[in-house]
Write a protein that binds this ligand. Structure first.
Ligand SMILES: C[S@@+](CC[C@H](N)C(=O)[O-])C[C@H]1O[C@@H](n2cnc3c(N)ncnc32)[C@H](O)[C@@H]1O
Length: 290
């Protein structure tokens, strides 16, 4: 089909995306992505004729969107903590509730030059946001996937962050072997059970990486390992802060033994318990009365 101008293509694209909650915004963002324009270029071009290469590129994206592809994968980016992250189907799309982990860490009594570890960094959103907020901190970002780590590294450069190193590790194995310790360990680990994964919304189940979401039959397998390993990789008095799923708080609290001060649960903006913060006791505290 021939279009009189970009505005006509824009309107027709929005009508094809009418199933979405914001069809005009999505139509504009997809056109901008297909044409490699920013917002002001898009508006400048509204009266201009449309190049066939743009129509072809956009067609692929609109068809994908119509078959439930998440917008972030089509755009190749997602905002987190007011920063922009490159994303692709190797990584989970950062969720707004994960910003609570950043908020929680920023509220802790930590030295400016603390050592901070982000376990299961994905696109690097937590590590990069924290490294930006704490430019003197020595941040380490780890993941079990080397390809994911490469993307996280790209996101650190994109956001001009230099105080992060990237380490390939199965949870904390690498750090335990080298006896490395941190003042704070953060994570948004996989916490979905195999049976709950089957019930997730189609765009999540069909497009986001299963390994980023599913922990095992109960959903708590990775978190249980993380808590037990963190006891060895935190300095005395150090903090473990991580996100978990709906209905998991009771089991999570049970994972913390006598070596930990009473963990604190933070609720998200919809009132769901979402983040746990636990402090490893110092030697004196561990020896003294509770
Ligand atoms: C829920 S995603 C979180 C990604 C990102 N931190 C965020 O908040 O959006 C979990 C991440 O943990 C990684 N992962 C899964 N199992 C792991 C393991 N055993 N050790 C280290 N990373 C793991 C996955 O590759 C994935 O990137």
């Amino acid at each position: 089909m021939k279009y009189k101008n970009l505005e006509q293509l824009f309107r027709q694209t929005a009508s094809r995306l009418s199933f979405s909650s914001c069809p005009f915004l999505e139509a504009r963002l997809l056109i901008q992505r297909a044409a490699a324009w920013n917002e002001s270029e898009f508006f400048r071009q509204l009266d201009s004729p449309v190049r066939s290469i743009l129509v072809r590129k956009l067609e692929t994206m609109v068809r994908r969107r119509q078959s439930s592809w998440p917008v972030a994968y089509l755009l190749g980016r997602k905002e987190f903590w007011s920063l922009e992250f490159k994303v692709n189907r190797l990584v989970l799309i950062p969720r707004p509730e994960t910003e609570l982990v950043v908020e929680k860490v920023l509220s802790l009594p930590l030295a400016d030059d603390c050592r901070l570890l982000d376990v299961g960094t994905g696109c690097g959103n937590l590590a990069v946001a924290l490294a930006r907020e704490k430019p003197r901190a020595r941040v380490v970002a780890s993941d079990i996937s080397r390809r994911v780590l490469k993307l996280a590294e790209e996101n650190a450069s994109k956001n001009r962050v230099q105080n992060i190193t990237f380490v390939h590790s199965d949870l904390l194995e690498y750090f335990i072997k080298r006896k490395q310790q941190f003042e704070v360990i953060v994570s948004n680990p996989p916490y979905v059970s195999e049976s709950d994964w089957e019930k997730l919304d189609r765009p999540v189940r069909d497009f986001e990486p299963r390994r980023a979401l599913v922990a095992g039959p109960t959903g708590l397998e990775i978190i249980a390992r993380l808590v037990s390993q963190a006891g060895r990789c935190l300095r005395p008095g150090g903090f473990l802060v991580f996100e978990f799923g709906a209905g998991q708080e009771k089991e999570i609290l049970r994972l913390f033994g006598p070596g930990w001060s009473r963990p604190e649960i933070t609720r998200d903006y919809s009132g769901q318990p979402r983040v746990v913060t636990a402090r490893k006791k110092t030697e004196a505290e561990a020896e003294g009365p509770d």
